[in-house]
Write a protein that binds this ligand. Sequence first.
Ligand code: SF4
Length: 354
Amino acid sequence: MSTTAELIRSSTETGIFIPELVYFEPDALLYPKGKKIRDWANAQGLPIHMTTSHNRITDLPGESELAKYRIAKRTLVVGVRKTLKFDTSKPSAEYAIPIATGCMAHCHYCYLQTTLGAKPYIRIYVNTDQIMEAAAGYISERAPEITRFEAACTSDPVGLEHISGSLAELVEFMADQELGRLRFVTKFHHVDPLLGLRHNGHTRIRFSVNSDYVIKNFEPGTSRFAERIEAAGKIADAGYPLGFIIAPIMWYDGWQDGYYELLEKLSRALPRSVFPNLTFELIQHRYTKTAKNVILKRYPKTKLDMDEETRKYKWGRWGQGKYVYPDEQAGLLKDFLYTHIAEKFPEASVDYFT
Ligand code: SF4
């Protein structure tokens, strides 16, 4: 049986993200983080462009919509976050804390396809001090309740940490907040910048994991499973609360074997000492009509199952409903995962299945 480290060594490591194009809002360069990112981009020899707004990049190269999309995923835009009103982020946290938008990976099912619409480029916000000040305001409003902030609602911030350093700032800020907690999820293994930080147990880091079938077919551009698991071990060693999000859970031929094997591999790879404080979050695959249209344009050969005939329509709050698995299938997925999580990780908790 190969160890995780051997599996990683057997193939090349997933590299860090280096964009092809970089844009700055002029005001972003007034902030230390903006200057630091400009110096980094210069050191990488990247062409730098200016833009009046991080929300309006209109001159991306590319002959077709698809070519423009692919280059957008390799374009970094550095700006100042103007809206400091946080969105809610149920069920994993009370609020989404906005430090970045967009992601360089190409997960076919990613909901950013729809939520970011025509702006799939990656935005990093330089005014982290103001963002943390706003977070402090939300924490006071809810005192004496604990307030949780999710930093990965609109991005995968671990994949950008070598450029932004924003997670490190948030982790250390939250370490001092008696009633504040930070959480984020990632499919990247580039966690080294987070390991030496003072976190006070106030940040929970979760890794998004899935069966081999799902990772292989639908998650191009992310770190491999073995890399994610090795990173999870490092995060646990650094004393952070650790969790896993299994999402999107898919129904396909052989799903039972796939998800059983996933839990088996996780339980073998992780040290037993992390089991008691481990959390699982379980999210079934779902899609909207709009998402389906966008996904089929961007990943025309995708094997993603989006057949409305086999799904249940769930009305949404804003009129846009989702296609989910019918109750019977959802029940089977849920029971299967709850049973085997309890068997392999008896002390862990499942936060939710949705
Ligand atoms: S890693 Fe996460 S944020 Fe990035 S494309 Fe995949 S699902 Fe979307």
